[in-house]
Design a protein around this ligand. Sequence first.
Ligand code: CA
Length: 334
Amino acid sequence: MCANTRANKWLFSILFVVFSAVSFAKPLVIAHRGASGYLPEHTLEAAALAYMQSADYIEQDLVVSKDGHLVVLHDIYLDSTTNVADIFPKRHRKDGRFYAVDFTLQELKSLNVHERRNKDGRNVFPNRYRGQAHYTLSTFDEQFELINELNRQFNRHVGWYIEIKAPEWHKQEGHDIAQLLVTSLKQKSLNKMDANVYVQCFDWAHTKRLRNELGLNTKLVQLIAENSWQESTTDYEFLKTEDGVKAVAKVANGIGPWIPQLVNLSDDKPTSTGYRELAAKYGLAVHPFTFRKDQLPKGVTSDQALDVLFKELQVDGIFTDFTDTVMLYLERNE
Ligand code: CA
């Protein structure tokens, strides 16, 4: 090997080390509804697969059953992910929807969970799980037990990233989901800042209430929607301003924005909207949703999308349906 080549190799390895060292800190990989890219979302099977794909946190969206149990389900409705219309055809409300809160846990457990479907019955993500096996809804207690038992046996510290869905609506239905969660976390000795728990909420009034009134002591994340989604009565435009971010930083540890709130995707080259930097200025972690390798902008590869999120924006974590894809990317970019 000539001296010149050796020098080049040496220089390259130094540059590589320097670049790697300054590229980005190890972000959290949050398995969005478990390994939902491969198995029906929020089932115990999807949580177990996400665990084995080395997620740092596994997400649980929570709703309440008629008899007051915390059930892991993304929608307040059962229509899109279960066979409720076949099993209980008359149990819908006037709007034609089947609400989880109208069913006891025993009834919910009799349902089959399938891939998320559109109103016309087709799978939302056509290349994901296509089988007919019987999957069931899971409770928060079961997902706690599963991850806790796997942690014990594998000597790992995978965490729970828990969202309370529609807390104001649940209150009107007679269930205080925020209170139920705090009680449950206390029973599990998880209501502390150093527990492997994040609690997330779209409703700003309830985020404040969790911290200031209900005594939630875990890490807390304010989710950021768009006002047009009608996710809650929260004014998300305010939460995007500096005063809004300052207010969030008084009660929460991070924000969970939608990726397009962080990146101007319409430009030729993706650029930051400045929201990530604003959050960082007030000490808030930024965990955007959702990286899906089967729903990337046209002509964009997984690596290109993850480069933008991790190297340019330097987000602190990411929600993904594809934990394995993100972990492989992070290994290559260590
Ligand atoms: Ca969620």
